[in-house]
Write a protein that binds this ligand. Structure first.
Ligand SMILES: *Cc1c(COP(=O)(O)O)cnc(C)c1O
Length: 404
């Protein structure tokens, strides 16, 4: 997730080229795109951000799309627009990027962690239902690695208790749930354009919603609480400032990033098709390895493959034996690193991170699937430019590893 995950050494001591975990796909079109706003002189949120939003709406089918400076700020604006306040509780998965829970903390509210389903790495809906209490106001399911959470039963739980649902769709571009794009099923969705995701604007995010009130509130809140955007204001002469009736933030995307986002949208279908094709190639080649569990795709879902995440499983994971198994996974990752193949743990479990562990006294035994996923997942290199030869090197190294 850090910059070093993306910008890595390009050669190994052995002379073969190093295979990174991912690599953004940029070409001459992106170079032209970022020049355009510089030529016009309008570089903050303006016409190119508007075009990016429109193209994002058209692709996902979201009624409204509101660009932001990151997915974290998109999530923050969504929960702020929904009126999240101190004393409220929000159910979040125990295995996700830490930002999902952080935005609840930003509002002074309390994240209530829910364990995940180890088959899909997504929130376990039965356990989520059991966590609903008198202070619960919402649920933030995550579509981890590009695979949608099980939204129909989750929306039923939310509806029956009067809760809102904000989908953390950071990884979910190209992920579909029963014919609808992930991130367009709840009250709002939040997408990321960090370089680790399928398309990138450097930093960047997008809120999707069908609710006009959330659309208006998030447009205002991303821009200091302004009643009108600069673009709308300038269309009317621009000499009077907007009204500021609410406490807002500066979470705007720049037009340089908006233009870059449009160029990336031009490549989106190609990028997603290449990712799916690479993923299918891994699926086939790795099926014979009895110590590695490739990602599963439940019926009716389309995986976006932001990441190709496997479970290292030479034996049945148990909590007492977890650290020993995890050490073996880590040794495998170090060996792969040494021959120029980058891997990563899938993501982390916030329940194991110091801030949440200490603040709420959380114990891994209470979230076994999240703890196992944190310690035993293994993400393989996946990006559209990955060649057959490079992918064969990864597959060959895994076949040779046989840690079972
Ligand atoms: C990447 C990611 C985020 C954060 O996205 P940013 O754009 O870096 O703020 C949040 N949630 C999940 C699940 C992610 O993978």
């Amino acid at each position: 997730m850090s910059e070093t995950d993306v910008h890595e050494r390009s050669s190994t001591p052995l002379g073969t080229s190093r295979i990174p975990i991912t690599r953004p796909l940029f070409g001459p079109e992106e170079l032209v795109a970022i020049q355009r706003p510089l030529e016009t002189g309008w570089v903050v949120q303006g016409p190119f951000v508007q075009e990016f939003e429109q193209r994002f709406s058209a692709y996902t089918g979201a009624l409204h799309a509101v660009a932001t400076s990151s997915c974290t700020t998109a999530l923050h604006l969504a929960v702020a627009a929904l009126g999240l306040k101190p004393g409220d509780e929000v159910i979040v998965p125990a295995f996700t990027w830490v930002a999902t829970a952080n935005v609840v903390e930003y509002m002074g509210a309390t994240p209530v962690f829910c364990d995940v389903d180890l088959a899909t790495y997504n929130i376990d809906v039965h356990q989520a239902a059991a966590l609903v209490g008198p202070r619960t106001v919402g649920i933030i399911p995550v579509h981890l690695f590009g695979l949608s959470a099980d939204m129909d039963p989750l929306l039923d739980v939310a509806r029956s208790h009067g809760l809102w649902v904000v989908e953390d769709a950071a990884c979910a571009l190209g992920g579909w749930y029963r014919g609808r794009h992930a991130g367009t099923l709840g009250d709002a969705g939040a997408f990321s354009f960090h370089p680790r995701k399928s398309i990138t604007t450097g930093e960047g995010g997008m809120i999707t919603t069908a609710r006009p009130d959330l659309d208006l509130a998030s447009r205002s809140l991303r821009d200091h609480g302004a009643s009108r955007s600069d673009l709308a204001r300038h269309a009317q002469g621009g000499y009077l400032l907007s009204e500021y009736d609410r406490l807002g933030y500066n979470y705007r995307l720049t037009d340089i990033q908006g233009s870059l986002g449009c160029a990336q949208m031009d490549r989106l279908e190609m990028i997603l098709a290449a990712r799916r094709e690479r993923a299918a190639r891994y699926d086939e080649a790795l099926a014979a390895l009895d110590w590695l569990v490739p990602p599963v795709v439940p019926d009716g879902l389309v995986h976006g493959y932001q990441s190709y995440v496997c479970l290292f499983r030479p034996s049945t994971p148990t909590m007492p034996g977890l650290q020993a198994l995890s050490d073996r996974r880590n040794a495998l990752m170090a060996n792969l690193e040494a021959i120029g193949i980058a891997t990563r743990q899938g993501t982390h479990a916030p329940i194991l991170q110091g801030f949440y562990r200490d603040k709420y006294g959380l114990r891994p035994e209470d979230f076994p699937a999240a703890a196992i996923a944190d310690r035993l997942t293994l993400a393989l290199p996946l990006f559209p430019q990955l060649t057959d030869a490079e992918q064969d090197r990864v597959i060959g190294a895994l076949r040779a590893a046989s840690p079972a």
